[in-house]
Design a protein around this ligand. Structure first.
Ligand code: ADP
Length: 995
């Protein structure tokens, strides 16, 4: 070939090469043996990020410092071995962006010179970043799909996905945040990466909008942070400190619901890569799908499981219901509470296959007490009250939580009962009504772990029913008991009021009490001196009661005892022994098996009168506060009854005494030690005119006028020292004087005075004395005159002329007349007194009678006296005894003359008045004070008994007049305006029938 041809051929080749270099889509470069750039094409210059012309003559280390350490050895080896290196994959940043990872595929060829020596190295560099990334995305996608396909559960899928992210795209860490705050973070890192701080922070943080995933969870949109700003989100500072440079977070969604967020961080900045972002979104959706599927599966599974469980439950429920029904049957029957509880427990033991069951109820003391038991009965005496919060039952009640104890030895028990019974496992449930714990029910077994959770549930159901039933029954019971007690109180009250025999009453009360409220009843009565007396012991079995009475009656309760009957009587405080520890009892009470008792006082008005004791022995009943209250009430009523009987007795005695006193004719009164009058009988009132109420409970010295003057003179004797000699003493009652024959007897309460009223007797006596002196005078005076006249007439030595003789004879006849009249008066009066005076009633002429009397009286008139008679015309006849009428008129005219010592006219007037004829005899004499006008008609009554005015008389005249007029059915009275004013006596007699 020619030179020219050769030269042009070379030029052509070079031109071709240049054209190739220029247009090749791959980077082409040529280094000389010193590995300096000889030539680069446009593409490689672009890859190396410097102008083409800047390459020639520069070394590898100058142009691509970040790759020099990789490329130089390769290039040298190619030079030396003249063997190309083909398809070398490289990843690195670019010179200007060393962090911007890119991918290349490079091949290195030796450039062989004409001498067969390698004169340089040519390189073909192709950037495959895009391809590589697409590849990664595909792999990521693919792997995720595989992971999800293989994963059984969400729990294994999530870490797989995260691991795939870090493995396939080479990011440092990937984290899954569930939107369920309960779920922990799931974190995967690239092997060998240390991000302790960031991981710790991530694990601690909550999914809040402060954080990158929080924003995503809120907004649902992917966030791509190509370059982390340490202030951008909560953990950014920590992330940056540990070398993380970029981060992406994308949601995991099921349909539109975000169930979680995956975030991944890279140690190099990651410019926004929409393709990768799409892949992430796809992964999020894919994982979401998976979650949904798994959830659905899980749900289906759970549904199946639930179904299965439900079926099992239903079967169990049927059994439970059947068991429950057995219990409910009992609960629904209207039994008494006690019966109900024991029936419930029987069923409970049966359905739970237990060895014991018990119901404990919260008592008034706030502690739990055994109320009903099955299988524990022999040991109940060992039971103690269980305070809430203590022991097994106390804890159940306090916490209101059921307790299942497989081994009773593991816990502390308050009451030894269960251990003694050998119970090893137990189930206990609180009894709650209306949010109130009323007790605990438990069932126990000798076997360990006898009960299971389902027994707890069954017992809980049963407990609800028990609680309800108890509540209803106890309401019902309370009502029934209250009614019963009221009825009993009524009965007791009737009984207590019925008898006046205290012992009999109390015996009946005891008998009544044992019918319902006790097995044993004893009643003691306090005695004034010495210990209380046992009145009665009652038991339903009379034989037992009699025996007990025989045993106990000899003993008496010690009055100074600290407890028991003696103490109750002494203090008046009731005593309640809910449970008597058996070792406290001895002798008869122990034999009787008494286990609960109460003692209440018999409360009297001012003291405790005795005590009632009640005890249970055979039944397992216990006394409680309500029983105590009830029995105290009975004690109070019985006390009142005893008191009443005693008061009645006392009153009876007093009233008997006062009846006796009342009937006594003598005045009797008691003056107590303090000088007060305490009794005052009727006779005392009659004698003194002082009413009982005016005297009793007042000081004798004030209440009884004149007492002061005589009290010192009343003879006093001690009781029982024989009949005292009474003293007659005048009691100046103010208005009058009463004569008392009085003495006193000293009694414990004071002095009893007894007196007889002598006033009347004394007045009669006085009258009699006066009468005797008057009559003597009345008889002696005329007798003396007659005697004198007669003696003078008989004298022989005295010569009397006729006139003198006549005068003397007149004296004799006149005085004899007066004498006869006086004697007559006495005779008439005595005949009137003895009712032996015969009155002969007939018609008589009042005018004639008056005329006759006036005529007769005129004959005796002294000088200075006149009698004038005025007769009304045509006077009708009157009925009367003419003799007696005459007698009356004579008396009246006689008195009129007699009591007109200064003389004057006596007017006798006769006139008809109505159906009567009235005789009026008026004088102008001494007159009669109005106060005396009634009394002058009394026997022996004389206005002037001492005859100071010298007028004599027997005081019988007007008495005789009154009695005669009365017998003739007439009236007699006097009018006088007082002393010195004259008097007018009136007598009226009825008209005779014929007139
Ligand atoms: P005597 O006249 O015997 O005393 P009487 O029974 O006749 O007894 O009278 C009783 C008393 O009545 C008299 O004592 C006298 O005081 C009083 N008396 C009776 N008639 C009159 C009279 N006409 N005027 C005043 N006093 C009289």
């Amino acid at each position: 070939m020619s030179q020219i041809a050769e030269t042009s051929e070379a030029a052509f080749a070079t031109a071709l090469l240049d054209a190739l270099y220029g247009s090749a889509p791959v980077g082409l470069g040529l280094w000389d043996r010193d590995l300096r750039y000889v030539r680069v094409n446009e593409a490689l210059a672009a890859i190396n990020e410097r102008p083409q012309e800047d390459h020639v003559g520069r070394t590898l280390a100058e142009v691509v410092p970040q790759l020099a350490h990789v490329l130089e050895p390769i290039a040298r080896r190619v030079l030396e071995t003249r063997t190309p290196v083909v398809g070398l994959e490289m990843a690195s940043g670019t010179p200007k962006h060393p962090d911007d990872e890119r991918f290349w595929v490079a091949s290195y060829y030796p450039v062989i010179g004409p001498d067969g020596e390698a004169t340089g190295v040519g390189c073909i560099v192709e950037e495959v970043t895009e391809r590589k990334r697409a590849q990664q995305r595909t792999e990521l996608q693919h792997t995720v799909s595989r992971v999800l396909a293989e994963a059984e559960t969400i729990e294994s899928a999530v870490p797989g996905v995260l691991q795939t992210i870090v493995d396939t795209i080479g990011w440092e860490i990937a984290t899954f945040w569930s939107t369920d705050p309960e779920e922990p973070r799931v974190i995967r890192t690239k092997p060998g990466i240390v991000l302790e701080g960031f991981i710790a922070t991530t694990e601690r943080s909550l999914l809040s909008p402060e954080l990158l995933p929080g924003i995503v969870a809120r907004d649902g949109a992917t966030v791509w942070l190509s370059e982390l700003d340490p202030d951008s989100f909560g953990r950014a500072a920590v992330a940056a400190a540990e070398g993380l440079r970029a981060g992406v977070a994308f949601p995991v969604t099921i349909e539109h619901e975000i169930v979680g967020v995956i975030e991944t961080f890279s140690a190099v900045p990651r410019p926004h890569d929409p393709d990768l972002e799409r892949t992430f979104i796809a992964i999020g959706a894919q994982l979401g799908q998976f979650v949904r599927r798994k959830r659905a599966e899980e749900e289906r599974h759970q549904l199946l499981e639930r179904e299965q469980e439900a079926r099992e439950h239903a079967e169990a429920a049927v059994t439970t219901l059947r068991k429950l029904a057995r219990v409910s049957e009992v609960a629904l029957q209207h039994l008494s509470l006690a019966d109900l509880l024991s029936a419930l427990l029987d069923r409970l033991v049966e359905v739970l296959d237990a060895d014991e069951a018990a119901i404990l109820m919260v008592g008034d003391d706030g502690a739990l007490h055994y109320r009903a038991t099955v299988g524990l009965d022999d040991l109940l005496s060992t039971a103690v009250p269980i305070p809430l919060g203590e022991g097994m039952a106390g804890r159940v009640a306090a916490t209101r939580k059921s307790l299942l104890i497989p081994d009773l030895n593991q816990i502390e028990l308050k009451s030894p009962t269960l251990r003694k019974r050998g119970i090893n496992s137990i189930v206990a449930i609180p009894l709650v009504v209306e949010d109130r714990v009323i007790g605990v029910v438990h069932a126990g077994s000798e076997a360990f772990a006898q009960f299971a959770e389902e027994d707890v549930r069954l017992l809980e159901l049963i407990a609800d029913r028990i609680a309800l039933a108890i509540n209803q029954a106890s309401l019902h019971d309370a009502e029934r008991i209250a009614t019963e007690r009221l009825r009993f109180l009524g009965e007791a009250s009737t009984l207590l009021a019925a008898s006046l025999d205290v012992d009999e009453t109390l015996e009946q009360l005891a008998a009544l009490l044992v019918t319902r409220y006790a097995d044993w009843v004893a009643i003691h009565l306090a005695q004034r001196d010495g210990p209380a007396r046992l009145v009665t012991i009652a038991h339903r079995d009379l034989e037992k009661a009699r025996n007990a009475m025989a045993v106990v009656s000899g003993t008496s309760p010690a009055p100074d005892a600290v407890a028991g009957v003696g103490a109750v009587i002494r203090t008046g405080e009731a005593e309640l022994y809910r449970d008597i520890p058996p070792d406290l009892l001895e002798g008869a009470t122990a034999d009787a098996g008494i286990h609960s008792c109460l003692i209440v006082p018999l409360v009297g008005r001012d003291s405790t009168l005795g005590a009632i004791s009640l005890a249970w022995s055979t039944t397992d009943a216990r006394y409680d506060d309500r029983d105590l209250e009830f029995t105290v009430d009975i004690g109070r009523r019985a006390g009142v009854a005893v008191d009443n009987v005693q008061l009645y007795r006392a009153a009876e005695e007093r009233s008997q005494a006062s009846r006796v006193l009342a009937s006594v004719g003598d005045g009797v009164f008691l003056v107590d030690r303090h000088g007060y009058v305490r009794t005052w009988n009727r006779a005392a009132t009659t004698a003194t005119g002082l009413a009982e109420e005016a005297v009793v409970d007042r000081l004798a010295l004030e209440a009884i006028p004149g007492w002061n003057a005589i009290v010192g003179r009343v003879p006093i004797v001690a009781a029982g020292s024989g009949a005292p000699r009474a003293e007659s003493l005048p009691l100046d009652l103010g208005r009058r004087e009463a004569w008392l024959s009085i003495h006193g007897v000293v009694v414990p309460d004071g002095i009893v005075y007894a007196f007889r009223d002598l006033t009347e007797e004394r007045a009669l006596e006085t009258m009699r004395t006066e009468f005797v002196s008057t009559v003597s005078h009345e008889l002696r005076t005329p007798l003396a005159a007659i005697y004198g006249a007669a003696m003078t007439l008989r004298r022989s030595d005295v010569v009397l002329d006729d006139e003198q003789r006549a005068t003397l004879l007149d004296v004799v006849s006149g005085e004899a007349d007066r004498l006869a009249r006086t004697v007559n008066d006495i005779l008439w009066a005595s005949r009137l007194d003895t009712d032996s005076l015969h009155v002969n009633i007939q018609s008589c002429d009042p005018a004639a009678l008056a005329h006759e009397v006036v005529q007769a009286q005129r004959a005796h008139l002294d000088r200075g006296h006149e009698i004038a008679l005025t007769l009304a015309p045509a006077l009708p006849l009157v009925t009367g005894d003419p003799d007696k009428v005459g007698r009356v008129l004579i008396n009246l005219v006689d008195n009129a003359v007699k009591y007109s010592p200064d003389g004057g006219t006596v007017d006798v007037n006769v006139e008809p008045v109505g159906s009567h004829v009235r005789f009026s005899i008026a004088d102008h004499g001494i007159g009669i004070p109005p106060a005396e006008q009634r009394r002058i008609f009394e026997k022996f009554y004389r206005l002037d008994p001492n005859m100071t005015r010298g007028v004599g008389g027997t005081g019988l005249g007007l008495y005789i007049c009154r009695e005669l007029v009365r017998r003739m059915e007439g009236r007699i009275w006097v009018d006088s305006e007082g002393l010195g004013r004259g008097s007018t006596f009136h007598v009226e007699l009825p008209f005779a029938a014929s007139s």
